[in-house]
Design a protein around this ligand. Structure first.
Ligand code: BG6
Length: 513
């Protein structure tokens, strides 16, 4: 059933308290709710950005009373209270106030009757707790449920907007499994929703330092003139994790590092680094530039430009680490990749001839997400025949996590009678300048959804552009028996074979250590 969505609800300016609304979380008993969504809502309440006029309805399959659900969340918040996501001590009054506004509804996501009950519950909450019909539906559930839930919401008339309220749906990742399934999911959502009602989540975009890539580039005059093929030799994007698969084998075995990290998180970093300046910071202006640059990525030669790997037994800091195939829930013959490296080129005026090397993996030597902008060597080697010949060229390193900041690497003379050059760093650390607000990254995104700013959410064309780049590689891995699955020791810097992507061009990965 197509719904008419002619009603435009104005976005609220940033920094103001979000407007009155109800949030419905599907998957309320799950891990995401307790670890990330509730802490984020608590942080928003504590900073007075959550509307005073707010209600939260948790929906899940388990039988649970309101009291039991509140107790479950209270336990979770207290268990994680010393976590960096919170301020030092729990702000009891804000938490108690938020807790009062939380209720629970038992319902099977596939049961049409549950949506009738949800309609009644929303009406009840509307009478007692909130003064508007604004509702955020948050799908914190497995990807297989996304389409069905939205169909049911549509059939129950729950996503039809009126003058009295907007209706928005937040969809978690992974958005599809391939180009075709992402297209099909988009089509399914669009049967009930207008594109502007859909908020496709990529939590990397909620990270301060990821947003800072745009600020670095477009709020400073010194970088942009150098940000092109005339000055840049290549770009490296790394998202390395130390965690292995942990308790997520059920999800990860069918997903793998490519689908889990690349078309979403890693490509967001690529798009923010490589996009043209948008005409404004309005959601569609930014999202159009991001899609444009992803569409300019030329077709990857899967066999020569990608490497997949799987971690085997290894060690970090003297501690023995299990191999992926020994992890709980992982098949002993699993061919799921836990590491991906690839080389991409962007066919546009700015980037022609500049390679982008990307890598991401689990169980690696160090947790480190960073973007290295490697500049060209000086045009003339003035210091020929000295120890300076081997000098590493200048690089700007944008450090996203865990040590947030940036570093500029350049050469300086080592004091002494001879001409020899050492590499030095000009380092900026966020923590030296700004007090870090406790944040899960979800605060920004939930708040932005409530105020109607979709800039940091993925538009449909953005998601499809990402899948289109990786699809030839996924197809090659799936269909060509000769496609190698390399190995790397857990705790190492990833598959040694990934060096080949750069070595043949006289380059190398920046060490993680
Ligand atoms: C998630 C992936 O989207 O991002 C995980 O599913 C990954 O596998 C996580 O560990 C990384 O996010 P962060 O915020 O911990 O860097």
């Amino acid at each position: 059933m197509a719904t008419a969505h002619e009603i435009e609800h104005e976005a609220i300016p940033h920094g103001q308290q979000a407007p009155s609304c109800t949030m419905v979380i599907f998957g309320a008993a799950g891990d995401l709710t307790k670890r990330l969504l509730i802490p984020a809502l608590y942080n928003l309440a504590r900073t007075e950005l959550l509307p005073a006029d707010f209600a939260l309805i948790g929906v899940d399959r388990l039988e649970m009373s309101d009291t039991a659900f509140r107790q479950h969340l209270d336990n979770a918040v207290r268990a994680f209270a010393s976590d960096k996501h919170y301020s030092q001590a729990l702000d009891e009054s804000h938490w108690a106030e938020l807790l009062k506004r939380i209720s629970y509804l038992q319902g099977d996501f596939g049961d049409a009757l549950a949506y009738g009950r949800l309609r009644e519950k929303l009406a009840e909450v509307r009478k007692e707790q909130v003064s508007s019909d604004n509702v955020v539906f948050y799908l914190a559930v497995g990807a297989r449920f996304f389409g069905g839930i939205v169909d049911h919401l549509g059939q129950a008339g729950l996503v039809t907007e009126t003058q009295a309220g907007w209706r928005r749906v937040v969809v978690e990742k992974p958005f599809g499994h391939s180009v075709d399934s992402a297209r099909a999911l988009n089509a399914q959502l669009r049967r009930s929703l207008d594109e502007r009602q859909i908020y496709r989540m990529d939590h990397f975009l909620g990270k301060e330092t990821v947003q800072n890539i745009m600020l670095m580039r477009f709020a400073n005059a010194i970088f942009e003139p150098l940000w092109n093929r005339d000055h840049i030799d290549h770009i490296q994007i790394t998202v390395a994790e130390t965690v292995g698969v942990e308790s997520r084998a059920g999800f990860y075995e069918g997903t793998g590092a490519m689908r889990d990290m690349v078309p979403n998180h890693v490509f967001q970093l690529l798009a923010l680094t490589a996009m043209e300046p948008p005409t404004s910071f309005a959601a569609d202006a930014v999202r159009s530039e991001k899609t444009k640059v992803l569409n300019a990525v030329h077709r990857v030669n899967a066999a020569s430009d990608s490497v997949r790997g799987q971690y085997t037994v290894g060690q970090r800091d003297g501690k023995l680490l299990r191999g992926y195939r020994e992890e709980d829930g992982v098949a002993a013959t699993s061919t799921t990749e836990t590491y991906v490296a690839m080389k991409l080129g962007v066919d546009n005026w700015r980037w022609s001839g500049v390679p982008f090397y990307l890598r991401t993996g689990k169980a690696m030597a160090k947790r480190s997400s960073e973007i290295v902008i490697q500049f060209k060597r000086p045009p003339l080697s003035l210091f020929r025949d000295t120890a300076t010949e081997a000098l590493t060229p200048n690089a700007l390193v944008l450090k996203l996590q865990p040590d947030e900041g940036a570093a500029l690497m350049f050469g300086a003379k080592i004091p002494g009678p001879t001409i020899s050059i050492g590499q030095v760093h000009m380092d900026f650390h966020y923590k030296d300048y700004f007090q870090n607000a406790p944040s899960t990254g979800y605060e920004t995104l939930i708040y932005d959804c409530m105020i109607g700013d979709a800039t940091l959410f993925q538009r449909a064309d953005n998601v499809i552009a990402g899948w289109q780049i990786v699809q030839p590689i996924l197809d090659y891995w799936a269909n060509d028996p000769a496609a190698p699955l390399t190995q790397y020791a857990a705790g190492s810097e990833g598959s040694p074979e990934a060096s080949v992507l750069l070595q043949s061009e006289g380059r190398s990965w920046k060490s993680l250590l």
